[in-house]
Design a protein around this ligand. Structure first.
Ligand code: GLU
Length: 482
């Protein structure tokens, strides 16, 4: 069997859309699974859209996720160059070959003429399709115009009757009426190839066996097949991928801040979790496994299990998965990643981050939620007295007042401010008083945190706050309780 060669062919726009990351992932997984090659090709023929630094964004994202390419602009390979703009001189001779074969033709219609005809068609309520106007030129007329330097494009000569069909791995048998095909431009007036042309030439020259890309290319593929056939080249396998959606009606959008890979990384999602989750948006392993390392994904991946219904990117599910990944992270890595988020609210507070991280790791769903969760350590929040009420703990305002009055002097007496000391001293006092633990510890924690839910209990929080701040908060609570 021929070696499998897949490619990821992004246009450098400056951002990596999640759908693009998933396309790259499936290409990577399939190549690795089949012992083949994963190729990175930068499609920058649209020079107007050139964005400085955009290729680096692509490199960093793929590398960061562990999708190393076997051939590409930076690592080279036998089929380079791997940047389309560096290949620009290769395309025209192929287009000219098609002209010779009658599969393509020169078109000298000016943009103004085309606009006029488009407007006229639209006025009649028709969709404008190039009308093959320049197909009527004789060979001599064409040559004259070329000699005179009249600007031209080269167009594909599409059939107008019958239909074009092909088989797609995900979507099955696809067919389009040829009357839908337009004589697309292959070579633009500036001499550059269009994406539509370059992708076919490049995929052929680079020996691509499987073209995996977004389903927005389903309807152009019959035109690409016309090109392959005109050249007499093998048509690759097509694997069109459904769109990654937020829900049944909505695409992920830049405006909602949920479209780009970096949106999620910046918020503090782990790349491992994001990749794991993305793999499952549009593919399933055929069993109920949900957690996969990259190697496990390679092992399990199968293009025949790609879904043909839109993949729903469920942020709630991703967040759940992210929390699982965070909980299992190496502690030192967690501490390192959490530190800047702690700093946002705790910088300069002389806080034991290591202890705080121990308390927070199992509760962190996404890193950007950390500041809000720990800000009570920086500043005592406002709270309602009703927070002291807790049925199960047998606590209310009066109980709180009485029990805080009991432990306040005990805590004031503690000199060596450790969690163990706090624990042992206060627990001994509670035991001696004959009170229920909950009826003392609940109000104690409210008094120093102002929150019903906190990372850690009363002793951990008191330790983190330090002696002075803990006592200050306890006195304030006593005042508040009257
Ligand atoms: N450059 C195209 C894009 O970014 C690639 C499409 C393809 O994979 O053929 O959409």
């Amino acid at each position: 069997m021929k070696e499998v060669r897949t490619r990821f062919a992004p246009s450098p726009t400056g951002f990596m859309h999640l759908g693009g990351v998933r396309t790259a992932l499936y290409n990577y997984l399939y190549a690795k699974k089949m012992g083949g090659k994963f190729i990175l090709r930068i499609e920058d023929t649209d020079q107007e859209r050139f964005v400085e630094g955009a290729t680096e964004v692509i490199y960093d994202t793929l590398k960061g996720c562990g999708m190393d390419w076997d051939e590409g602009p930076d690592v080279g390979g036998d089929y380079g160059p791997y940047v389309q703009s560096e290949r620009k001189d290769m395309y025209l001779p192929y287009a000219q070959e098609l002209v010779e074969k009658g599969a393509a033709y020169y078109c000298f219609c000016t943009p103004e003429e085309l606009d006029e005809r488009r407007a006229a068609a639209e006025a009649k309520g028709e969709v404008f399709k190039y009308d093959k106007h320049c197909m009527n030129l004789s060979k001599e007329e064409v040559q004259e115009k070329l000699n005179a330097g009249v600007p031209y494009v080269i167009r594909l000569n599409c059939p107008t009757e019958g239909e074009s069909a092909y088989d797609d791995v995900v979507f099955g048998h696809i067919s389009f009426p040829n009357s839908d095909l337009d004589d697309m431009v292959l070579i633009k007036a500036d001499g550059m190839p269009t994406y539509n042309f370059a992708n076919v030439i490049d995929d052929h020259l680079m020996g691509i066996t499987h073209v995996m890309r977004g389903m927005e290319y389903l309807s152009s593929t019959p035109k690409y097949n016309l090109l392959y056939n005109a050249f007499g080249w093998d048509i690759p396998e097509y694997v069109h991928l459904t769109t990654v959606m937020r829900d049944a009606q909505h695409k992920l959008s830049k405006r909602d801040g949920d479209a780009y890979y970096s949106d999620f990384i910046d918020k503090g999602y782990l790349k491992e979790a994001l990749i794991n989750y993305l793999a499952l948006v549009g593919w399933n392993p055929g069993d109920d496994r949900e957690f996969f390392t990259m190697d496990e994904l390679v092992e399990a991946f199968d293009i025949h299990r790609l879904n043909n219904s839109p993949g729903i990117f469920d942020v709630t599910k991703l967040t759940w998965m992210n929390a699982q990944y965070i909980a299992k992270m190496d502690f030192e890595d967690y501490l390192k990643m959490a530190t800047p988020w702690f700093d946002q609210v705790l910088a300069g507070k002389n806080m034991d981050y290591r202890r705080l991280a121990e308390l927070m790791q199992g509760r962190t769903e996404v890193f950007n939620r950390i500041p809000e969760m720990v800000s009570f350590l920086a500043e005592m929040p406002e709270y309602e007295l009703s927070l002291y009420f807790h049925k199960k703990m047998k606590c209310d305002e009066n109980v709180a007042k009485e029990n805080l009055a009991l432990v306040l002097p005990v805590i004031e007496g503690i000199q060596e401010w450790t969690e163990a000391n706090l624990h042992d001293t206060v627990m001994a006092a509670i035991a001696e008083s004959g009170k229920k633990n909950g009826a003392v510890l609940w109000p104690l924690r409210i008094a120093i945190s102002g929150l019903a839910n906190t990372p850690g209990g009363a002793f951990e929080i008191a330790y983190l706050l330090g002696r002075e701040e803990t006592l200050r908060r306890l006195h304030a609570a006593m005042d508040k309780l009257g």
